[in-house]
Design a protein around this ligand. Structure first.
Ligand SMILES: [Zn+2]
Length: 434
């Protein structure tokens, strides 16, 4: 009996001794190590509390740890709905608190979570992972925190400037926040619109109002993906000058320059250029006057020849009278698409500025450019002359968008024309189709 008591005593002491030892050495190795993974980032607990189970649950040791530095800043998460694919260790439950600017937008068990489309803002995510107290087992909780930002989703937006163009003006629009992969387009009763990129997600839209466009109200529909914008413009009449040009028809040069062969050549060389465009925008800022001199014939002038008032031609460019040999400069940056002598327009240079906006230089005495040349604003391209159908040294300077001649004057000033960013206002967007 004594022997038996002794054995029991030894066993009890052994058990208690082992228990004491186990309690002393018990540490986080006895706790589970759950991880929360948010936006593919593994989070470590900022707070942990665990009641380790010892001696088959007869004794528990409380462990606790705080590590505020484990809170992670995940940065911007874009606009995708926030999904929380948390992996649950057996027997654990998650509680999720999501706060936007400290205001809860979700505060429930994870099982109630549905991917949320989040408004833009600053978010804090607070996840508690806990195992309930159960006989013979450890229990406790782990807390994870992270912060992230949802950037505002930028909708395509159309900016407009002046919407009361005169005949010969350019209607200038700017489309911003266009998602990648979307090529905007336009339909307009004014005939055509050119788009040139302005950075990664914006476009310049230029709609020429030719000098012969009838005054009145016109609509422009601009589409960017599933967003439609309608802009109404009111074309105002422009009073064009009239001019009676005296031409010596006896002159061999004039008769050659106005011969059927000359017009045939013109039609073969110039109108095909109206159809071509470079997608890239080369021009920047205002256009410079390509040469120095007096404007001898304004853009759009209604021109009679030798007093024949029955028939007229409209002057599609601007004539700048200057001494023979005066330098002619590229009005803006671009690519030379034509540089040769033509019977009607004489020595001719044409520069593509991007999107189908071109400048035309006629009657040069010499050409200092070649097709394919990339020119800067102010690059010397030739000299003033009187070649082709011309009655004296001058530069015929013409600006066209596609086939539409526009008033070169409007491009000389910094707050007008196609680069106009002044006086922009939001165009009314139609609701996106459902
Ligand atoms: Zn002219």
């Amino acid at each position: 009996m004594r022997k038996f008591l002794f054995v029991v005593l030894i066993a009890v002491f052994g058990f208690v001794g082992y228990g004491f030892y186990a309690y002393t050495v018990a540490d986080w190795r006895l706790a589970p190590d759950p991880r929360a993974v948010v936006m593919e980032t593994s989070l470590a607990p900022t707070e942990a509390e665990w009641h380790a189970s010892l001696l088959m649950g007869l004794v528990r040791k409380a462990l606790s740890e705080e590590n505020p530095g484990a809170e992670k800043a995940l940065g911007s998460i874009g606009e995708s709905p926030l999904d929380l694919p948390l992996t649950l260790p057996q027997g654990f439950a998650y509680r999720v608190r999501l706060l936007r600017y400290s205001v809860p937008v979700f505060d429930e068990r994870l099982s109630a979570w549905e991917p949320l489309a989040l408004e833009a803002g600053e978010y804090a995510l607070d996840i508690t992972c806990s195992a309930p107290e159960a006989a013979g087992q450890g229990y406790g909780s782990f807390r994870y925190r992270c912060t992230f930002t949802v950037e505002p989703k930028l909708e395509p937006t159309l900016l407009t400037g002046r919407l009361e163009p005169e005949q010969g003006d350019i209607v200038s629009l700017r489309l911003v926040h266009v998602p990648p992969g979307i090529t905007p387009r336009a339909e307009t009763e004014l005939g055509m619109a050119i788009f040139t990129p302005d950075g990664a997600d914006a476009w310049y839209v230029a709609i020429p109002v030719s000098n012969t466009q009838a005054p009145g109200r016109y609509e422009i529909l601009v589409q960017a993906g599933d967003r439609d914008f309608v802009v109404a413009v009111n074309v105002l009449p422009f009073v064009f000058a009239e001019q009676n040009l005296i031409v010596n028809t006896e002159s061999a040069l004039i008769s050659e320059a106005s011969s059927p062969a000359a017009y045939r050549e013109y039609r073969a060389k110039i109108p095909p250029l109206f159809e071509t465009f470079d997608a890239e925008r080369y021009w920047h800022g205002f256009f410079i006057r390509p040469t120095i001199g007096r404007i001898s014939t304004e853009f759009g002038t209604i021109r009679y020849t030798n007093g024949n008032y029955e028939s007229f031609r409209t002057h599609n460019g601007m004539d700048i009278a200057a001494p023979e040999g005066s330098s002619v400069f590229a009005a803006n940056a671009g690519r030379v698409v034509l540089a040769e002598r033509l019977l009607n327009t004489g020595n001719t240079v044409v520069i593509e500025h991007g999107g189908g906006l071109k400048s035309y230089y006629f009657h040069l005495s010499r050409i200092d450019a070649a097709p394919g040349d990339m020119v800067e604003k102010g690059t010397l391209i030739g000299e003033v002359g009187s070649t082709g159908y011309s009655t004296g040294p001058h530069l015929h300077y013409e600006i066209r968008i596609g086939n539409r001649p526009v008033n070169p004057d409007m491009l000389f000033t910094a707050n007008a024309g196609i680069y106009s960013a002044a006086n922009v206002k939001l165009a009314h967007a139609l609701p996106a189709p459902r």
